[in-house]
Design a binder for this molecule. Structure first.
Ligand SMILES: [Zn+2]
Length: 755
C-alpha cells in the first residue's frame, strides 16, 4: 500500500479521489511539531540546537499516521510546495524515523502546485528528496522568531510596555505609527484652481488654467483668494471669446495587470471584495484544496505553457481573434527566490467557468478567473486629445484633455483597482481644430488644501511591505491579523489602520532600544538572508550567527535601561501626539507637567505630582479597553476538565462540581480558571480550609488569569492555565508571569502521562 501525507483533510479528500485503490491519503492538519515554548529551546551556546515537542493536540494525528504507516510500503510526503510545507515534511520524517518506523519503507517527497489528477500523478512519478536548504531556511526563520520573542517579551512585560514584539509585525506596527506621525505633523497648504467651462457648437467641456500672463500655472501656483480675484478680473467676464491655439492627438494603450501573486490577490480582494488578508487566504486555501486554483502562496507571475494555451483558446473562442495577442503575454517574476514558487495564482481548468461555488469562494474564484483570462488578452486602446485654448485678450491659456476608449481589449473582462482613485475618468471633447472659436461661458474657482498621506489599509500595507522586501507570500496574512490581535493597531470603518496607545508605546520603545530590529532595511536584509539560505547560497549557522550577534547586543543593552529613561523616551516620542501645543501638557488640577504612565492595564496620561495630585486622562477617546473583556465573556467555559489523578472538574445541571469517578462534590465557588487539582482533592476529602484564590492579573503569553493560593497542601502557590508554581509569599504580577512562563515541564505531568 502507498501512504500519502498532506496538510489538510480536504486536500486529502481531493487527492484520494484521483489516486484510487492502493492509496491512503491522510492529513497532518498543519504543523505537528514546534519548539518547546520555554527558555533555552534554541541553544545559542551550542550551534543553535533546537528542542522540539509534538504540538498540543497533535498526538492524535501522529498516532493516526503511525498506525497507517505500519501497513504501507511507500510513504509520500506531499505537504505544500513552499518553505513551511517542506518543514512539515521534514518534521514528519524526523518523528517517524526517530520512532524507527521507516525501516524497509521507501520515503519520497512529492510537491505539486495544483491539485489536479495530472499534477499529482506527475509528482508521484518524479519524487525527490526533502530540500535541505529550504528546511534550513525554515529553521533559521523559526529560531529568529523564537529568539526575538523570548528575548524581548519579558522586557516588555516587566515594564508594562506590551504583550510581545515579533520580528516582522513590529516593523508593520512601526509603519502604521510612522504614518500617523506624518499625518499629525502634516500642515495643509492652501491652493486654488481656476477652470473654464467652454462651449463649442453647443457642446460644453471643462478646461483648466494652464498659463496666465505668459507664466505657467501649476497645481500650487494660485495660493489664495486674492490671486484668484486678480486672475478673474484680468481674464474678464462674463462671456469670453477664445481660440484653439494648439491640438495634440495621440493613441494611448493600457495593458492588463499580471496574473495574481499572493500579495496582489490580497490587495485586489481588499479593494474589490473588501476581504481581509486572512479571509482572502483562507478562501483561496479552500479553492486550492478543492483542486480549483494553483497554490495560493507564491510571488511568481508566470504561467505554465499548458495554462497559457488553454487561456488563449478560451479567449479566441469567447471574445474573438481581435482580443487575442499574436504571441502570449509574458510576465516576468520579480522575486529572486524562485524556489519557493513556480506559478502565479490561476484557475486549474479553463474548459468551463461555471463551477459549483457560492459565497466567498465564488467571489474570489471569479476574481482569479477574470484576472487570469484578462492577462492573456490584447491592449485596451484610447484616443487622447489635448487642446490649448487662449482667451482673446491673450491673458490666459486653458488646457483641456479628452480620453476615449476606442477598443476594450482586456478591459472587456477585468480592470484593476487602485488604492488612490487617481484614475482619470473617460472624458470626451468635441471635435476641434486649430483656429476654432470657443466660448468660455463660465469661470470656476475652487479652494483646496493639500492632503496628508492616507492611513494604510490591509491592501496598501501589504503592498508597502512587499515594496520594502519585508514579509513573504506565506506571512502577509499572519502579519495583518497579528498586529490587530495584539491590539497594536485597530481598523476604522474604511478598514484603515490606526495605532492604539499600545502600538504607540511599543513603537516608542522599540524605536530607541531596538532600533535595528524595527529598521526596514535590517528586516528586509534578514528576509534576503532567509532566501539565500533556501537557495543554498548561505549556510544556516552563518545566517544565525550574523543575526544573533546584533540582536543579543540589543537585548543585553535594553535589559539594564532604567524605567525612568524609557518613560522619558516614550514621552519625547509621543509628545506631539499627546499634546497638540505646549499648553496642553499642563495638569488642569495643579499645573504640573503631564506625561505617560505605564500600568498593567495599559498606558495613560498622569501628573508629575502623583501621589499628591491624582489627575489622569485616557490616551485617546478612540480607545476601547473593554473589547477584550467582551470577547472573553463570550468564550464558552469548558465543561469538563481533567485535573489529573483521575479527578475532573465539571459543570453539571446544578452547577460546577468535582468528581473522582466515585464521588461528586459541589464546587460552586470555583470556575474552570480557579479550580486546581489541590483544591479538588480537598473538596473530595471533605476538608475545606482554603482561603479564596486571589486574582493577580493576566499572563500575556497565554492570556490566562494568574491566581494566588495562600494555603496549598505544600504551602502557598500560584497557578495559571493549570501550571502551578510554589511561592513563599504573594508575588507581584511581573514575578508571577516570569515564574509561570519559565516553569519546566513538571514531574507531576510526567507521572500522569505514564499512568
Ligand atoms: Zn496635577
Amino acid at each position: 500500500m502507498n501512504l500519502m501525507i498532506v496538510e489538510s483533510p480536504s486536500k486529502a479528500k481531493t487527492i484520494e479521489k484521483y489516486l484510487g485503490s492502493g492509496w491512503r491519503v491522510i492529513a497532518s492538519v498543519g504543523h505537528v511539531r514546534d519548539l518547546v515554548p520555554e527558555n533555552g529551546s534554541v541553544d545559542t551556546e551550542h550551534d543553535f540546537q533546537m528542542r522540539w515537542q509534538i504540538m498540543p493536540g497533535k498526538e492524535k494525528q501522529i498516532k493516526l499516521i503511525t498506525d497507517e504507516l505500519k501497513r504501507a510500503d511507500n510513504v509520500y510526503l506531499a505537504s505544500d510546495p513552499d518553505r513551511e510545507g517542506e518543514a512539515i515534511a521534514w518534521h514528519l520524517l524526523d518523528i517517524l524515523s526517530s520512532k524507527k518506523l521507516l525501516a524497509n519503507k521507501h520515503v519520497y517527497r512529492v510537491a505539486f502546485h495544483e491539485i489536479t489528477k495530472k499534477a499529482v500523478q506527475n509528482a508521484i512519478e518524479n519524487p525527490r528528496e526533502i530540500d535541505k536548504n529550504l528546511v534550513d531556511a525554515y529553521l533559521v526563520r523559526r529560531a529568529l522568531d523564537y529568539l526575538i520573542g523570548f528575548g524581548i517579551s519579558p522586557l516588555l512585560w516587566h515594564r508594562n510596555l506590551g504583550k510581545s514584539a515579533g520580528r516582522v509585525q513590529s516593523v508593520a506596527v512601526k509603519l502604521v505609527v510612522d504614518r500617523e506621525r506624518e499625518i499629525e505633523a502634516f500642515k495643509p497648504v492652501e491652493y486654488w484652481s481656476v477652470d473654464a467651462m467652454c462651449d463649442k457648437d453647443g457642446v460644453t467641456f471643462k478646461s483648466a488654467l494652464a498659463k496666465f500672463n505668459g507664466k505657467k500655472v501649476d497645481k500650487m501656483t494660485i495660493e489664495n483668494k486674492q490671486m484668484v480675484d486678480d486672475i478673474l478680473s484680468k481674464i474678464g467676464t462674463p462671456t469670453i471669446n477664445a481660440k484653439v491655439i494648439n491640438i495634440e492627438r495621440k493613441k494611448t494603450y493600457r495593458h492588463s495587470a499580471a496574473p495574481f501573486t499572493t500579495s496582489t490577490l490580497q490587495q485586489e480582494a481588499a479593494r474589490k471584495l473588501y476581504f481581509s488578508s486572512k479571509r482572502t487566504m483562507s478562501t483561496a486555501q479552500k479553492l486550492y484544496e478543492a483542486g480549483l486554483i494553483t497554490y495560493m502562496r507564491t510571488d511568481a507571475t508566470n504561467l505554465s505553457a499548458d495554462a497559457v494555451n488553454e487561456i488563449r483558446e478560451y479567449v479566441s473562442k469567447t471574445y474573438g481573434e481581435r482580443f487575442l495577442p499574436r504571441t502570449p503575454n509574458v510576465y516576468v517574476t520579480k522575486s529572486k527566490n524562485a524556489q519557493e514558487a513556480h506559478e502565479a495564482i490561476r484557475p486549474t481548468h479553463f474548459d468551463n467557468d461555471t463551477k459549483q461555488l457560492s459565497g466567498d469562494e465564488e467571489k474570489l474564484y471569479n476574481l482569479i478567473w477574470k484576472r487570469t483570462i484578462a492577462c492573456q488578452m490584447t491592449l485596451a486602446e484610447f484616443d487622447s486629445v489635448t487642446a490649448d485654448i487662449e482667451t482673446e485678450n491673450k491673458v490666459a491659456v486653458f488646457h483641456a484633455v479628452g480620453t476615449t476608449r476606442i477598443f476594450d481589449g482586456f478591459m472587456r473582462v477585468y480592470i484593476e483597482d487602485t488604492d488612490d482613485n487617481s484614475d482619470e475618468a473617460e472624458t470626451k471633447l468635441p471635435a476641434m481644430n486649430i483656429g476654432d472659436n470657443i466660448n468660455i461661458v463660465e469661470l470656476l474657482h475652487e479652494q483646496h488644501f493639500t492632503q496628508p498621506p492616507a492611513r494604510y489599509t490591509e491592501a496598501s500595507l501589504v503592498k508597502k511591505l512587499e515594496e520594502l522586501g519585508i514579509g513573504r507570500p506565506s506571512t502577509y496574512a499572519t502579519i495583518m491579523s497579528t498586529i490587530v490581535d495584539r491590539e497594536y493597531v485597530e481598523q476604522d470603518k474604511q478598514h484603515r489602520f490606526h495605532p492604539t496607545s499600545g502600538g504607540w508605546v511599543i513603537s516608542s520603545y522599540l524605536d530607541k532600544y531596538f532600533n535595528e530590529l524595527v529598521d526596514v532595511n535590517f528586516t528586509a536584509k534578514t528576509e534576503d538572508t532567509l532566501d539565500d539560505v533556501s537557495n543554498g547560497n548561505m549556510d544556516k549557522l552563518a545566517a544565525l550567527n550574523d543575526f544573533w550577534g546584533p540582536t543579543k547586543n540589543m537585548i543585553d543593552g535594553a535589559r539594564d535601561v532604567k524605567t525612568t529613561d524609557i518613560i522619558d523616551q516614550i514621552n519625547t516620542f509621543m509628545h506631539d501626539h499627546l499634546f497638540n501645543n505646549a499648553e496642553s501638557d499642563k495638569c488642569p488640577l495643579c499645573g504640573g507637567k503631564l506625561g505617560i504612565k505605564l500600568s498593567r492595564f495599559g498606558a495613560f496620561v498622569g501628573c508629575e505630582n502623583y501621589p499628591k495630585c491624582n489627575y489622569t486622562q485616557r490616551l485617546s477617546d478612540k480607545e476601547t479597553p473593554t473589547k477584550t473583556e467582551v470577547s472573553e465573556n463570550k468564550k464558552p467555559q469548558p465543561t469538563n476538565i481533567d485535573l489529573g489523578d483521575g479527578i475532573s472538574f465539571k459543570i453539571g445541571k446544578f452547577g460546577p462540581y468535582v468528581t473522582d469517578g466515585k464521588k461528586n462534590v459541589s464546587a460552586k465557588k470555583y470556575t474552570a480558571e480557579t479550580m486546581t487539582l489541590d483544591i479538588a482533592r480537598e473538596l473530595l476529602s471533605g476538608v475545606v480550609k482554603k482561603a479564596e484564590p486571589e486574582k493577580l492579573g493576566k499572563n500575556p503569553t497565554t492570556n490566562a488569569e494568574i491566581y494566588y493560593y495562600p494555603t496549598g497542601r505544600y504551602g502557598a502557590y500560584i497557578s495559571s492555565n493549570r501550571v502551578n508554581v510554589s511561592v513563599s509569599e504573594k508575588p507581584d504580577l511581573e514575578t508571577a508571569i516570569d515564574l509561570i512562563n519559565n516553569k519546566k515541564p513538571s514531574a507531576k505531568k510526567f507521572f500522569r502521562r505514564r499512568k
